[in-house]
Every structure is written in structure tokens, then in C-alpha cells.
Design a binder for this molecule. Sequence first.
Ligand SMILES: Nc1ncnc2c1ncn2[C@@H]1O[C@@H]2COP(=O)(O)O[C@H]2[C@H]1O
Length: 260
Amino acid sequence: MQHVSGGLAMDIDILGCSGGVSGNPRNTGTTCFRLGEHILLDAGSGLSKLDLGEQRKITDVLLSHAHMDHISDLPGFLANLFDHIQAPVRVHALNETIEVLKDCIFNYQIWPDFTQVPSPEKPLLEFVVVEPWQSFKLYNYDITPFFVEHSVPTTGYAIKDAHSHLVFSADTTYSQALSDSLNRLGHIDTLIVECAFPDSKLDIAQTSKHMTPSLIQMMLDDLEEQPKKIWITHIKPAYEKQLRHDLRSKGEFHHWRVLP
Ligand SMILES: Nc1ncnc2c1ncn2[C@@H]1O[C@@H]2COP(=O)(O)O[C@H]2[C@H]1O
């Protein structure tokens, strides 16, 4: 697990941020960040880096979308909490994402419906619908969901505390709507942006609605104010070597780094 605080006052652990389910030699796991002790941002396989004690402290999970690499460890994580939590874990997501999870995962066939188990009165899981630009507060964070552009309904999350503004744009491709959202968010201390494919795979990136280095550049060119830092995530293992080389040789992004 990588704990990051340098330059970002916010307390964040990068539990996983690979764009591939396996095939990553460092086995970083797929997307899951921990904010403080109690909040997860996505629930990909990186979640397994938390031990049971740490898992029991999680009260809220913010999901960007329903793709496997962002939700794969949610069912097992909830099962681990059985008998060990006083209140349901709140899973915040777009309504479309919640419907997919109910239909395809928590349907008693793939996994129990934890919104009814152990009992409807005291369940393990409570879904909370989020909507773009409807901000809400969790602990000392102000959280704002915002539009991004992916192959299934997906939301980014802007997270503000007293000291900094972290923006997670989730899985997305370049679009004017994304640039407009980032401009509406204003000053950004750290932007976590995906870069799944190299420019040589622009066609796949556009079909599957992901970023390449040039698409990120186009997005940055649209911004009225550049983010102070850019963290690049979600690299597809099959293209990691090429992508890292391309990103290094580009050298145009201001204060960027590739996670992990
Ligand atoms: N048209 C496509 N061509 C190649 N790969 C695809 C296509 N659509 C989806 N994928 C892959 O399937 C993956 C599903 O999760 P992701 O969106 O992270 O990334 C996607 C791509 O890696």
C-alpha cells in the first residue's frame, strides 16, 4: 500500500490503481483508494491490502461505476464485516450503478442481497444514490460527484477538505463535458486521471472510452487553471512499458507522476 501525503494535505492510501485485473508484475491491484480511515474510493482488488481490522473501520464506499475492476472486492469485503459492524456500510453510487449491482451481484445467486441480510432492519449494506453536482459531506470532506465520459454510466468525485482539493476523474475519455466539469470545479490541487492506453491504441481508447497521453493533453489544454499536480492511474498492464515511455518522453504535463 502506498501512503501519499507529500504536497497533498489529505490523508490518502493508494491500495490499487492498475487498469488491468492481473498481469501487473507489482500486483498493485485494481482501483481502490482509502481516504482517512473510513472512506474508500472504488472497491477494486486493491481493497484486499486492508487487513480485517482496517476493513471494519470502513463506513462509506464511493463507487465511480459498476465495471468489475472497480467493484470486484466489494462483495467479499462486506461479507468480512458480518457480525462486526453496528451500522450498514453506505455504498454511494449513481442510480444506474446501484441497479446493476442489485441485478447482477447482490441477487442471491452471485452473492446475498446484503441490503436485506442479516436482517432488513439491520443490514450490512445501504445504497445511497449520488447525482452529479449534488454535494454531500462525509466526515470532514465535502464531496461533489461530476460528469465524466465512459462506456457505462460513471461519475467522478471531487473531494475537498480544509486544506486541499482532490479530484478523481475515474474511468473517462476526453470530452468537452469532462473539461467543462473540471473547469466548473475550479482550483484543483491534485487531479487523478486515468491513462489506460498509449496513443498508438487511440482507436481502442476511443471505443472503450479511455484516455491516452494525447487525450489527457487535450483535456489539460481546455482547462482555465492547471491542476497543481496530476496523478496518472489505470494503466493497462499490456501497454505499461510503452505508456510509461510515452509519458516520460512527452514531458509536457506539469508536475505529473504515474501511480503507483
Ligand atoms: N472495443 C474494445 N476493444 C478492445 N478492448 C476493449 C473494447 N471494449 C472494452 N475493452 C476492454 O475491456 C475493458 C473493460 O474495462 P475497462 O473499461 O477498464 O477497459 C476495457 C478495455 O480494456
